[in-house]
Write a protein that binds this ligand. Structure first.
Ligand code: GLC
Length: 613
């Protein structure tokens, strides 16, 4: 208990202060603290050891040796035991951080589960995937191998099938207060004036009428996802207990889903309100007291000025890690336009942030690409938001000459035609089209683009996270169109099952899978062995005198790395006039070269290193 007390003493003042500021409820506070003690007491010894170890090296997750992968348990290996059996495949792919996509109990009806983001029990694993015991077993195996486990904590809402929602539906006022209930539409209609819509086409409006009660409930996402009322201290406490319960199952990273939405105030957009930050800060302290090895990953899919505050300050940190979402969207804009100017600006913005901030970098994930770009800057380059989004959506559907991308629109607004986009990296790079046409040249180009994008992603500061299937170039899965529970949601196009026959081809020389796997592997090895790739190192971009070529620099501990990336399908030359030193070593070929002029093949790239003694 001494350890708990010492950690508690460090945070007690602030914890109590913030809790009372939000709730002014000392009983609630005392209840929270006494439960925190219980979760500490019941935490496994191996996890307590991990807490101790990581407390001694708090920057351990910022090194250059972490590579993540996001995967759906059923798509990857059927169930949790299956994941355990296939750990060797993940290790072979250099993965030491696995994000298990939502696996908690959810409604049986797929059309009411939002891919698992409608949770009906925070303490039960879906029957078809296994049990909490399986999860614990998996975490033990992973920890033995130095692999970190991440899971989603869906904070903003529960499924309508959650026990609290069911009790609310049965008329229990106490549980109706866990959500936002209204007797008529007068207050909801006021909310509607200022709250934007998350899914304007597939789930318009922010409220759902409940016929059996003749009441309205707030549902900002889908009608079956009821928004939790964090103004109620019971909700906050219960959700923190769920968080600690899950942390104690051996999770290393908790992804807090849709966190900007958790506080609602009439007359505001109900996003990123100051109380959201108070809650995240409270959660961070609760974690640091009970289970300090657990990292918080915030899901803030918003413009950069909204994202960065979720890191908190150096003295009062909130999330350990955040998604680099604007860079991801800007990357695909660059793929379509072959113009790196906006990407360069975006990378410079990120590079100017404090080096303590850790981003998760990715090319694709389970969600759509929302085209959240810096349209003010694009306007200066002659591009308008509406028409540019249309261009991107058309380009990535393969409607333009020169585009070999494949994919689907997501939540297209029938009036404004605004839409987001879905597809796998491989399909968006042309691998699907090349398989259709059986055109080898096209395939070479598509693979080259796929690899180049990963090489560039590995060079960004932070933690690279692959999306399962990308390691073998898995293409879109159109089967969702024949499943009534999925057909409305085109995000399922990139949520297909991993094809194990294909995954095994990584060992078959010359196969598509082998060509991708071996090249990614080589890049991952380079990244791991060169300290300059470390998250906390310096990062900058350089002029190349060709809009289609991006040049990035990284420096750490006497090593400088220069990365050059050709986003066009033509051979190009980068003129690196700002390089005054040399010679450099080409990290892929081992050659020692001068890099004032770099000739690149279509979608070609180079990593160069120089060491200073
Ligand atoms: C997050 C998830 C997304 C889900 C939403 C609602 O944004 O990534 O898949 O639909 O939250 O829970």
């Amino acid at each position: 208990m001494e350890v708990f007390q010492a950690r508690f003493a460090k945070h007690e003042d602030e914890l109590r202060w913030l809790y009372m500021e939000l709730y002014n409820n000392i009983d609630g506070y005392n209840h929270l603290v006494s439960e925190m003690k219980q979760y500490y007491v019941s935490r496994r010894t191996d996890l307590k050891e991990l807490d101790q170890k990581r407390s001694e090296d708090p920057s351990c997750y910022k090194k250059n040796d972490l590579i993540g992968m996001m995967l759906y348990i059923d798509n990857f290996a059927g169930n949790m035991q299956g994941v355990k059996k296939h750990i060797d495949y993940l290790e072979k792919n250099n993965i030491n951080y696995i994000h298990l996509m939502p696996f908690l109990d959810k409604p049986k009806d797929k059309a009411k589960s939002d891919g698992g983001y409608a949770v009906s029990d925070y303490r039960k694993v879906r029957d078809d995937l296994g049990s909490m015991d399986d999860l614990e077993e998996l975490s033990l195996v992973c920890h033995k191998k130095g692999i970190n486990l991440c899971m989603d904590f869906v904070m903003n809402h529960t499924s309508e099938e959650h026990e609290w929602a069911q009790k609310a539906l049965a008329g229990e006022k106490e549980y109706q207060d866990y959500y936002f209930f209204f007797d008529d539409f007068s207050i909801p209609s006021k909310f509607e004036e200022t709250v934007p819509q998350v899914f304007p086409t597939t789930a318009p409006g922010n409220f759902t009428y409940l016929e059996s009660l003749d009441k309205y409930v707030m549902t900002c996402f889908y009608p079956y996802q009821w928004d939790l009322n964090y103004r109620n201290p019971k909700v906050f406490n219960e959700m923190m207990f769920n968080f600690l319960y899950l942390a104690n199952q051996g999770l290393d990273i908790i992804r807090i889903d849709a966190v900007p939405y958790i506080w609602k105030t009439l007359g505001t957009p109900c996003r990123n309100l100051p109380q959201v930050h108070t809650i995240v800060r409270l959660m961070r302290m609760i974690g640091e007291i009970v289970c300090p090895s657990v990292l918080l990953l915030g899901e803030v899919v918003m413009e950069p000025e909204k994202v960065v505050p979720y890191f908190g300050t150096v003295e009062k940190p909130e999330c350990h890690m955040l998604y680099n979402v604007t860079t991801m969207a800007t990357t695909w804009h660059t793929v379509a336009t072959k113009d790196t100017r906006l990407l360069r600006k975006q990378l410079d913005i990120v590079a100017a942030l404090p080096h303590e901030y850790t981003f998760l970098n990715y090319l694709r994930c389970h969600d759509d690409i929302g085209w959240g770009l810096d349209y003010a800057t694009l306007k200066e380059q002659g591009m308008e938001e509406v028409s540019h989004k249309q261009f991107l959506n058309n380009y990535f559907r393969g409607y333009y000459l020169g585009s070999t991308s494949r994919g689907e629109l997501y939540n297209e607004d029938p009036v404004t035609k605004d839409a987001r986009f879905c597809g796998t990296t491989a399909s968006m790079c042309g691998i699907e089209a090349a398989l259709e046409t059986k055109n080898e040249k096209e395939m070479d180009l598509a693979i080259q683009q796929h690899i180049m994008l990963h090489a560039y992603m590995f060079m960004q500061s932070g933690i690279p996270v692959l999306y399962s299937g990308d390691e073998i170039g898995q293409i879109n899965d159109n089967d969702y169109k024949y499943d009534p529970g999925k057909v409305q949601d085109s995000r399922y196009i990139h949520r297909g099952e991993l094809n194990w026959y294909k995954a095994k081809q990584i060992d078959v020389k010359g196969s598509l899978e082998n060509r991708i796997f071996t090249r990614l592997h080589a890049l991952e090895d380079i990244r791991k062995t060169h300290p300059a790739f470390i998250s906390e190192g310096d990062a900058w971009t350089l002029d190349t005198w060709d809009k289609a070529i991006l040049c990035m620099g990284k420096y750490y501990d006497k090593e400088k790395i220069i990365g050059v990336f050709n986003f066009s399908a033509q051979p190009r030359t980068a003129y690196l006039d700002d390089i005054y030193d040399g010679p450099y070593t080409d990290l892929l070929s081992g050659e020692v070269v001068d890099i004032k002029q770099v000739k690149l093949e279509p979608y070609g790239f180079r990593y160069y290193s120089i060491k200073f003694e």
